[in-house]
Design a protein around this ligand. Structure first.
Ligand code: ZN
Ligand code: FE
Length: 256
């Protein structure tokens, strides 16, 4: 296993700027703000090696300009989105090599939240921006439900042990919605207790894992009879396939 650690630098109300570091170097993912990143790097005497970006929203890219004025580093981001500070454009099948951390990330295209959204994956850890959240998924701003479902399936095909680093601390409110969809899901009841305990200690509820999400996340459970039944009850129109179940649950959450 690689000798790096991941630390959640907090930003705004509920963003995490995930910082992957060893004793000397660091990479930051989606720095929406610069000050907390620069503070973390300075106080831990870390040299920034690169910035990774998943999509163009301001709460993910807003800090980059100021960070690169302090650290002259490559900025990796999606090739189909216009993000001015990005210097290295990436898409499905590309990889990112960070020599100072001995890390290689594979790039996955996961459109839906935004049209060019990408994820970074290194066989152990997944940085998936605003596509998959613990017990939830991102809003579909620039894609269709079928596109988002396809992207989520791509992530759930990764190993159950994959650690999932999402960009927002939405877990507890997502659990409340998930319990509305699946009130009988015991895993959800247990998970709510665990998450409340972590948050009370001011710890991040994240990372989660692909395996855990399969047992609790309604947006991954569109094949479960309980979720299909809830979607049918909720929807005024017939719900007859995975995409319709997923779209119904997503629309429900949008108005929750
Ligand atoms: Zn976003
Ligand atoms: Fe966001």
């Amino acid at each position: 296993m690689n000798n790096t650690q991941v630390y959640p630098v907090k930003a705004f109300q509920d963003n995490y700027i995930w910082t992957i570091h060893n004793k000397t170097h660091a990479v930051v993912v989606d720095p929406g703000e610069s000050e907390p990143v620069i503070d973390f790097l300075t106080s831990n005497k870390l040299t920034l090696a690169a910035i990774l970006v998943t999509h163009h929203h301001a709460d993910h890219v807003g800090g980059i300009k100021n960070i690169v004025s302090h650290y002259d580093v490559p900025v990796y981001g999606p090739k189909t989105e216009t993000i001015p500070p990005v210097t290295q454009k990436l898409g499905e099948g590309d990889s990112v090599q960070i020599d100072s951390l001995d890390l290689t990330f594979k790039v996955l295209d996961i459109p839906g939240h935004t049209a060019g959204h990408i994820a970074y994956f290194n066989n152990q850890r997944l940085f998936c921006g605003d596509t998959l959240f613990s017990c939830g998924c991102g809003r579909i701003f620039e894609g269709s439900p079928s596109q988002m479902l396809h992207s989520i399936e791509k992530l759930t095909n990764l190993a159950d042990s994959t650690e999932v680093y999402c960009t927002h601390e939405y877990t507890l409110s997502n659990i409340r919605f998930a319990l509305t969809v699946e009130p009988e899901n015991k895993n959800l009841v247990d998970y709510e207790k665990i998450v409340k305990t972590k948050l009370a200690k001011e710890q991040a509820s994240l990372p989660t894992s692909i395996g855990l999400e399969k047992s609790i996340n309604p947006f991954l459970r569109y094949n479960e009879p309980s979720v299909i039944e809830a979607a049918r009850t909720r929807s005024k129109t017939p719900v007859s396939n995975d995409i319709e179940v997923f779209a119904t649950i997503r629309a429900w959450k949008d108005n929750f």
